[in-house]
Design a protein around this ligand. Structure first.
Ligand code: ZN
Length: 359
């Protein structure tokens, strides 16, 4: 009899403790690298493109910086944070050579439909151009912003000027700072970034990623958002321009900025050990026909292939995922919500979350 009483006392206590211990994420940071191919993420620089003089002008410099025969060393040279930190403490999906696939669910394979899919969880066939159309679909950042603890605590910084439309800042109430939107803040850090972004040469026609990054980081320091989205752009621009060495340099710089961000997160009490970081891309690019690495879109084979990286207190340290499985980009929206303990709902279909990232 005594034994049974003891059991009944312990069971609910155990249940409560494990329920509360289940989720540690309180903040979410999302970073996208526009049109960065999974091929470089998982195997580093491509030897054919490196040797091609029309794509790689600085052949010897690029070889020195990014080439070695060993694949695992080569990808580390290009993406050191991804392969030293995420591969040991987080998860990396999309290495098709290992049978692990991640795909666009939309059939267009370019930016706006990709970002719409990431944030709405819905590959809407009506979203099929990069024009500045206000997105009709409710996105997950907007949904999170409607939940009490997150209200006014969500911000997005992008190099590309279409993001206010993709995230519908007019309706969603999310702070979106895109391209050279003025940074109207009083802090010296944000004021400095604001001055610099108007003086830069803009080599790719939009705000250079470094200014987008520092605008986001300074905003983070000043206002401590609970959800932050950073959208880099240069990799896609240099790829379209056929500049493979610059594409690699931008990929490398993106990795370095993400490493710097993670260092800040893990050394700041408001974020440390309670922030999940997700990194992904909007679409893939050509590879089967080598010259097509420059392009993407529905006519380019391979362009619907993406990759996803995750690191955080709820993400098991499984490293490079080698199981034979297929994820879709549309699953990210519900995953973002689940990481924060929410279930994303809207008046359109939403794909199921990726449980292995948060369970
Ligand atoms: Zn593009």
């Amino acid at each position: 009899m005594k034994k049974i009483k003891y059991y009944f006392f312990l069971f609910p206590l155990f249940f409560v403790v494990t329920t509360f211990a289940q989720r540690k994420t309180e903040n979410l940071v999302i970073v996208t690298l526009d049109g960065m191919r999974w091929q470089e993420v998982f195997s580093g620089a491509d030897s054919v493109l490196l040797k091609n003089k029309s794509f790689t002008k600085d052949s010897s410099g690029s070889h020195k910086a990014y080439w070695t025969n060993n694949i695992s060393e080569r990808r580390k040279k290009l993406f050191p944070f991804m392969w030293n930190t995420i591969a040991t403490q987080g998860q990396l999906y999309g290495n098709r050579w290992q049978g692990n696939k991640a795909n666009n669910a939309n059939r267009y394979w370019f930016s706006y439909p990709g970002y719409n899919e990431i944030f709405t969880g819905f590959p809407d066939t009506m979203v099929n151009s990069n024009d500045k159309n206000w997105n009709k679909n409710i996105n997950v950042l907007e949904f999170i912003n409607q939940q009490a603890p997150f209200k006014g605590k969500i911000a997005a910084f992008s190099s590309w000027d279409v993001f206010p439309y993709i995230l519908n800042s007019r309706r969603s109430g999310i702070y979106v700072n895109a391209d050279v939107d003025s940074l109207k803040f009083s802090g010296t850090g944000l004021q400095l970034v604001n001055e610099m972004q108007f003086l830069t040469a803009r080599p790719v026609g939009v705000r250079p990623d470094i200014f987008t990054y520092f605008a986001a980081k300074e905003y983070m320091k000043a206002y401590q958002p609970k959800v932050l989205y950073i959208a880099f752009d240069e990799t896609d621009d240099y790829a379209h321009g056929g500049e493979y060495d610059q594409y690699l340099k931008s990929g490398f710089a993106s990795d370095a900025m993400i490493a710097d961000l993670w260092k800040y997160i893990q050394s700041t009490p408001a974020y440390q050990n309670k922030t999940t970081l997700i990194i992904t891309c909007d679409h893939g690019r050509g590879d089967f026909i080598k010259e097509e690495w420059k392009h993407h879109g529905s006519k380019i084979k391979d362009a619907g292939e993406i990759w996803i990286a995750a690191i955080g207190p709820d993400t098991k340290a499984q490293g490079e995922i080698k199981t034979n499985s297929l994820l879709y980009q549309e699953q990210l929206a519900a995953t973002f919500a689940k990481l924060l303990g929410l279930t994303f709902t809207a008046d359109h279909p939403i794909a199921k979350p990726i449980e292995s990232i948060y369970k």
